[in-house]
Design a protein around this ligand. Sequence first.
Ligand SMILES: [Fe+2]
Length: 175
Amino acid sequence: MITQRMERVNLILKHKSFMAYVHAIKACENKRIYCKHNMSHFMDVARLTYLKILTAEISLDQSIIYAAALLHDIGKFQQYKESIPHEKASAQLAPAILKDCGYTNAEIKLIVQMIRYHRGFTLDVDDTNAPISAETKRIIALFQEADKQSRMCFACNAHSTCNWPNEKKNLEIIL
Ligand SMILES: [Fe+2]
């Protein structure tokens, strides 16, 4: 069972589209001095989210958390090239990869919601006007926190010119 779960995550890692998107983002961020959207960020978000989910005693398969973290920024190249908000672009690109990697429709729905709303969540309904469950909102809130806290502004040479407002920056370690 554990092997199967790990296999799904590693299938994403080796998926042709995933690799192509990571490559496209890398090309767009080649000269970027601010936070990058790379494997290191995806893994930080995965590990932090997992810790938060464990601490909150929420039952959620680790391979769902890792899938959401690996794919949450995957559409960033479309934001650079076509000004499409990357949470929307990523939510559109993710399902095909998740399907190929053996995730069920229900799992894909949750992962896509995590991706779609990872930059902010104020709605009680999703884009299709369907209600979002309280449990899903709790998971999304922890995922948002992990994404923000993964950024080490306190150790970043570019933080003084970064467009994140000061109150949003992680200028200290947050426990
Ligand atoms: Fe992110």
